[in-house]
Ligand binder design. Structure first.
Ligand code: HEC
Length: 286
């Protein structure tokens, strides 16, 4: 009968896990229903302050959190939840808030761009499900991600965490790159943004100064950037190929692909071959 104590222990473990699970879900649900409207879906802040900031988290005690949720902050829009939440619910909210803490130990979060992507890494892009290193994802150009945590059954539960406004009118047709926590996005009129994917914070912004007279087909759009080494490549409406430093968006070089007067423009994402951006012999006429 050696299995009996084991069974009892096992069911105890299961019920503790189930208890912990239901409580963390309860905290998350309450947060989504009652707090996200002001503090953001993941506590990043909005009308109310950020609750994920690690320094603030380190300085705040659980008691202080409970107290704030129970009594609110008089004179501000932070309401008191004394009459609408039980002590148990407030405790699960506190546990949930603790789980929102952003781990900003060095290297764990994209606080600055400055990504370096080797040509070998681009060649192996198909085996890198956590990044999107080029327009078609990898050199087979399938655009298919093997990630499966978002599925048909749970897609309806997705909630917005942040939104980023480019402030640029006209269409967004770019496939953004996602490299080690940084999103590199191009927009109409040849703007480029580096964005911290976790917080939606802009890391840098480049804007091409375009000539007044442009000839292009089908809108002033751009289909996306390319990356290799520490350079990000952009093809422009005035038919240039521009290389930007991934760290700060500064122009490292700029070559002419064709003449605007000849109705040449470029909107396609450049394709990197090997370890350097190659200048096309003939301009790509779009
Ligand atoms: C209507 C908007 C609103 C809602 C809803 C709201 N808060 Fe707040 N919250 C605020 C504001 C504004 C502050 C900042 C108050 C101040 O100026 O000190 C705040 C402050 C806080 C603080 C203290 C932060 C600090 O910097 O010390 C905590 C903790 C907090 N809220 C948790 C919650 C939780 C948990 C919920 C949901 C149960 C919630 N809040 C719902 C607006 C809101």
């Amino acid at each position: 009968m050696r299995s009996r104590p084991f069974l009892i222990l096992w069911s105890l473990v299961c019920s503790i896990l189930a208890y912990a699970q239901s409580h963390s879900n309860q905290g998350q649900e309450l947060f989504t229903q009652r707090c996200a409207v002001c503090h953001g879906a993941t506590g990043g802040g909005g009308l109310g302050p950020s609750l994920s900031n690690s320094q603030w988290q380190a300085e705040t005690t659980d008691q202080a959190l409970q107290h704030t949720i129970r009594d609110g902050v008089p004179g501000t829009s932070m309401p008191s939840f004394k009459s609408t939440l039980t002590v148990d619910q407030i405790a699960s909210l506190v546990r949930h808030i603790r789980s929102l803490r952003i781990n900003d130990a060095p290297g764990s979060e994209a606080t600055a761009a400055g990504t370096v992507v080797s040509a070998d890494r681009l060649s192996a892009a198909a085996q890198d499900p956590n990044n999107w290193l080029m327009y078609g994802r990898d050199y087979t150009n399938q655009r298919f991600s093997p990630l499966d945590s978002v599925r048909r059954e749970n897609v309806g539960r997705l909630v917005p965490v942040w939104s980023f406004q480019t402030g640029v009118p006209d269409g967004l047709e770019a496939t953004p790159l996602f490299v080690d926590g940084v999103i590199y996005l191009t927009t109409s009129w040849d703007h480029v943004f580096a964005i911290d994917a976790r917080t939606g914070t802009e890391l840098w912004h480049y804007q091409r100064h375009l000539p007044k007279k442009l000839r292009y087909c089908c809108g002033p759009v751009n289909r996306g950037p390319a990356i290799v080494g520490n350079l990000l490549y952009l093809s422009t409406l005035d038919a240039h190929l521009v290389a930007l430093d991934t760290k700060n968006g500064r122009v490292r070089w700029d070559v002419l692909l064709g003449n605007v007067e000849d109705n040449v423009s470029a909107t396609s994402p450049p394709l990197v071959v090997g370890d350097r951006g190659r200048r096309l012999q003939k301009p790509w006429i779009h």
